[in-house]
Design a protein around this ligand. Structure first.
Ligand code: FEO
Ligand code: CA
Ligand code: CA
Length: 681
């Protein structure tokens, strides 16, 4: 652990605005301190950027200041016929209820609007398998951690069972030993690492309704659903790369079974009732004891940010994390995994057909022709958007056989990468254009010269580089609105936009306004600091097609900042929003956006945003989380009575320790990542 300390105490200021150096270190392995993995220059895009900037200049503003221009003009999007007129049933559902937005704040609590309540459902360390003792922060063991709710809950799915019960699925993205272990505890370093390994992964927990309408509790632990997936749980590898040379290790000469899943960030629920989860910043778990990475795979390791220097030091307790010993183990992480939370005996899968990158998550929609279409983001600065279209059609029968068949849909099909250009008629005041999904490979054929299908899938970033996709500002959740069929992508931020990453029409800001703390003045900062919400519309509503139209629905930030844009809605009537990350929808078609790394001095939050009608773009903050935390995994339950949120890494900040966190939520003494509900009451 001591190797971390120089980095953590580095006083060179905030990393991504307010996001702490500590979060960067443990969550993404200091990705921003490493050379940007994407070193392509996509030459044709400088062209596009030049044209975009020229157009903005002609209209009266440079790219960085174009928001000032757009605010003064009517928005065709806002004026366009509403896909689904907002309903007005006062107090009826989370989608329609009126609430006073929660103002920006730094309170050490979960804050919800007047008239709402919030409860904790489950916290890090709570037993989820029967016979597990109650959590004791001074008596943690690897064996206990494998039976407890893991650390740093991120993605959430809440799947109804019966009227009063549901199954909740959660990711446990990463661990932070500084906040997990008391400084004077009896834990040796290897034990800490083993506890941390066991605290990664996934949880499935049965819930039941609580005493108040809209509330939910953990049901009894002895039930056929509760389950923990951790670093030793076997996952079956499927798709075209399964069993190929680079998927084989000494422990798995067949290349078809991987122990564990790591850094699971966001995810999605499939139409056939399973859950997908994205393995994201996987590079940080690996090291090379020989001091240099194996030369044979240097280009691949570099493109994914692997380094010889130990970050977490796991190679010393499990040689599979030592690339000098097991150079292929790195290729067995970075996939989309699929879990059937309704079948406790099922073996989870890693789907190689969906490519290997720093997967935020994956969301599947059924196209008009019945294919499963998955939208995905690669969450790093300057990385790409992806789409997969299945070769086979979704079976709609509600039978076990149909489900088994559907669980093979993500093994055959075509993988695409997104290219967003500025080809739309320049009528809109918004940043907009046309997009194309460029094919990389099918399950039988590679479309990238010099790379086999397995190469394309294992080195998806390298394959994509060759077809000139658009470098985006950290693509996180990409999800389809079930009401209007449009695809919404969060582009969290990129402080290197305008420098390492040239601006283009879809990534237009080289400068944006931030503030250090609540109440301080807005100050200009380089790059896109507050993020965008991108709206994509498949041509003819057909998700199979490779062409789509796109626009930046939200240019996030403080409404007083000239660059911000809220789909044409009056900026005087919206909440400040910064660093969109995860999205969810309610049955009214409202977009719910959670944030990670607010750069306006406030805690992170959850926001409701209508996507149609007169209130399209009216961003209202529904909830805030405690200091240091990001707001993750929002779920609006199907009955529209409850919002679930995962409060990830409360208390985390530069130099924070177990004894000195910046939040003690919810215990009052030390922070515990937890899942909460919010509901009227
Ligand atoms: Fe784990 Fe993409 O944030
Ligand atoms: Ca995320
Ligand atoms: Ca995030």
């Amino acid at each position: 652990m001591t190797t971390y300390l120089p980095l953590l105490s580095d006083p060179t200021g905030p990393r991504h605005g307010s996001r702490s150096r500590m979060t960067c270190h443990y969550r993404c392995g200091d990705a921003c301190d490493k050379p940007l993995p994407n070193t392509t220059d996509n030459p044709e895009f400088s062209d596009i950027a030049t044209r975009a900037i020229a157009r903005r200049a002609v209209l009266g503003g440079a790219a960085a200041g174009a928001g000032a221009l757009v605010l003064g003009l009517p928005s065709p999007a806002a004026a366009a016929p509403a896909a689904a007129p907002a309903q007005r049933r006062a107090g009826a559902t989370m989608g329609t209820v009126r609430f006073s937005p929660v103002p920006p704040n730094v309170r050490d609590r979960v804050t919800v609007p007047a008239g709402f309540r919030s409860d904790i459902v489950i916290s890090w360390g709570d037993p989820i398998l029967p016979g597990t003792p109650a959590f004791d922060v001074d008596a943690q063991t690897p064996a206990r951690a494998r039976r407890q709710f893991g650390y740093n809950n991120d993605f959430l799915a809440v799947l109804p069972l019966r009227r009063d019960t549901a199954v909740m699925f959660s990711n446990h993205e990463y661990t932070n030993p500084e906040l997990m272990f008391p400084s004077d505890g009896d834990y040796d370093e290897d034990t800490k690492k083993r506890i941390e390994m066991a605290s990664h992964g996934l949880s499935v927990v049965k819930l039941r309704r609580g005493g108040r309408a809209g509330s939910w509790k953990v049901a009894g632990l002895d039930n056929p659903y509760n389950r923990r997936f951790h670093t030793s749980t076997p996952f079956r590898v499927d798709g075209p790369a399964a069993g190929t040379r680079r998927m084989r290790t000494s422990a798995d000469p067949q290349g078809r079974t991987v122990l564990g899943t790591l850094n699971n960030c966001s995810g999605g629920v499939t139409p056939w009732g399973t859950v997908l989860s994205g393995e994201e910043n996987i590079d940080q778990y690996f090291e090379a004891s020989e001091g240099t990475l194996p030369a044979e795979y240097a280009a691949s390791y570099a493109r994914y940010g692997f380094q010889a220097e130990a970050e977490r030091g796991w190679g010393s307790i499990d040689p599979r994390f030592d690339l000098s010993e097991e150079p292929h183990e790195a290729f067995r992480f970075g996939w989309i995994v699929e879990v059937d939370p309704f079948d406790k005996k099922s073996t989870p899968r890693k789907h190689t057909m969906l490519g290997r990158f720093k997967h935020e998550g994956a969301n599947v929609v059924v196209s008009d022709s019945g294919h499963a279409v998955a939208y995905m983001g690669d969450d790093e600065k300057g990385e790409y958007l992806y789409k997969f279209v299945s070769a086979d059609r979704v079976r709609t029968a509600r039978t076990a056989k149909a489900k088994r068949q559907n669980m093979r849909l993500l093994t055959r099909g075509t993988l695409y990468v997104g290219r967003l250009t500025d080809e739309a008629p320049d009528l809109a005041p918004e940043y907009d254009g046309v997009g194309r999904w460029v094919p990389l490979c099918s399950d039988t054929e590679s479309f990238v010269e010099g790379m086999s299908v397995a190469d394309v899938l294992i080195d998806t970033r390298l394959a994509a580089d060759k077809v000139a996709p658009t470098r985006m500002d950290r693509p996180e959740d990409v999800d389809v609105n079930p009401v209007n069929g449009r695809v919404y992508a969060c582009l969290t931020n990129n402080d290197e936009r305008g420098s390492t990453d040239p601006v283009d029409e879809a990534n237009p800001l080289a400068e944006s306004m931030v503030r250090d703390s609540l109440g301080s003045e807005l100050e200009p900062a380089n790059g896109n600091r507050n993020g965008y919400v991108l709206e994509m519309v498949a041509r003819n509503g057909d998700h199979d097609r490779p062409v789509f139209d796109w626009r930046l629905m939200l240019v996030c930030g403080d409404p007083d900042a000239p660059e911000t844009y809220f789909a044409g809605y009056d900026p005087d009537e919206v909440s400040p929003i910064s660093c969109p990350d995860n999205v969810a929808f309610d049955v009214e078609g409202n977009l719910w956006v959670s944030t990670d790394g607010n750069k306006l001095g406030s805690n992170d939050g959850l926001f409701r945003v209508p996507t149609a009608g007169a209130r399209r773009g009216q961003v209202l903050q529904f909830l805030t989380v405690p200091p240091g935390a990001e707001t993750c995994g929002p779920v609006i339950t199907r009955d529209q009575k409850t919002v679930f949120v995962a409060v990830q890494h409360p208390g985390e900040d530069d130099g924070a320790t177990f004894e000195t966190p910046i939040s003690t939520w919810p215990t009052g003494t030390f922070p515990r990542p937890s899942v909460v509900t919010a509901y009227q009451g």
